[in-house]
Design a binder for this molecule. Structure first.
Ligand SMILES: [Zn+2]
Ligand SMILES: [Zn+2]
Length: 219
């Protein structure tokens, strides 16, 4: 199908990244077939605070790593085993890669999926020691287990109008929301958030959402 070229943000060593031509994604990770995956044309992507751990040389990230785990895109190709996602869908990609079928995924602990990283539970795109998946600070990327991983926006035109807000859904917003949920935030809570970076601001917005009485939260 598509034979377009691809470019991505490459980690070159401490303090240095470059934009380079990279391989167009395949429905595979090395020898591992990913017929359950899709190829996305990326619409938006973000630089995460945690990318800086690699870029500043604090990790063992290898030279040549394609960075980026915060991905929003449009589906341009579906693998043979994808049932519920279609070419043309606009989707948000959760940064944690998850199979949807292991014990941890079934318990909702998709951050520690057992099937996506041979070294340890849990994986992410474009991240050191997180399974070798190619990152999405690029023009195109492959997303495995598409039926389980992808959040499809139901209205394409509406999504495109707000796409630079919806880009928060891949990591920043749910990270703040998850912090509030795990802290037990609910109506009546008084919440202290240490740090007002993007995730802190998302946590503050989440606390307001979670603080609404249940009778209002459906609206
Ligand atoms: Zn991130
Ligand atoms: Zn899993």
């Amino acid at each position: 199908m598509a034979t377009a070229s691809n470019r991505g943000v490459i980690f070159q060593g401490a303090g240095k990244v470059t934009v380079e031509t990279i391989d167009f994604p395949k429905l595979a990770l090395g020898d591992r077939r990913c017929d359950h995956g899709v190829i996305l044309k990326i619409l938006t992507t973000n630089i995460c605070g945690s990318d800086q751990h690699m870029v500043r040389g604090r990790t063992t990230a290898p030279q040549g790593l394609v960075l980026g785990h915060e991905i929003t895109g449009q589906v341009i190709e579906c693998g043979r085993d994808v049932e519920f996602i279609c070419v043309g869908d606009v989707v948000s990609v959760p940064f944690n890669i998850a199979c949807g079928r292991c014990r941890n995924c079934k318990e909702g602990k998709t951050g520690i999926c057992l099937n996506v990283n041979p070294s340890r539970p849990g994986a992410a795109y474009g991240y050191v020691d997180m399974g070798g998946w190619v990152g999405g600070q690029a023009e195109y990327v492959m997303v495995p287990y598409a039926d389980f991983n992808l959040l499809k926006f139901p209205d394409r035109e509406q999504a495109m109008e707000k796409i630079t807000d919806l880009t928060l859904l891949s990591d920043i917003f749910p990270t703040g929301f998850h912090g509030c949920v795990t802290a037990g935030v609910g109506p009546g809570s008084i919440v202290y958030i240490a740090g007002a970076g993007p995730v802190g601001l998302a946590a503050a917005a989440s606390a307001r959402l979670l603080g609404r009485p249940a009778s209002l939260s459906a609206t």
